[in-house]
Design a binder for this molecule. Structure first.
Ligand SMILES: [Zn+2]
Length: 101
């Protein structure tokens, strides 16, 4: 049971972080770089298949827009989906993940 959820998500002034205000008055801030590096999608984070874990190699090459957000869309009432400017949009960030970052 999730008992917290964001009531406001804003880009900070310099545009390098997201500031998240939660329903319990807590405010957390996470850099876009961290958000992207921690993208929870299978392509970025890997997955476990039959006890074998697959972890993708991190490329040192970052395409333009890698750490820039195009838009954010809500997913149901439990997560947001972040569209990055390099075209990546598979990451669904649940409230749990956002809160931990
Ligand atoms: Zn991803």
């Amino acid at each position: 049971m999730v008992n917290f959820f964001p009531i406001k998500i804003n880009k900070t002034e310099e545009g390098k972080s997201l500031s998240i205000k939660w329903n319990d008055e807590k405010v957390t801030e996470v850099t876009l770089q961290k958000l992207r590096d921690e993208c929870p999608c299978v392509n970025c984070k890997g997955e476990s298949v039959m006890f074998e874990s697959y972890i993708p190699l991190k490329s040192p090459f970052k395409p333009a827009g890698f750490y820039e957000i195009e838009k954010i869309e809500p997913v149901g009432n439990y997560a947001i989906q972040i569209y990055w400017k390099d075209g990546h949009n598979l990451g669904i960030y649940s409230w749990d993940i956002l809160r931990e970052l």
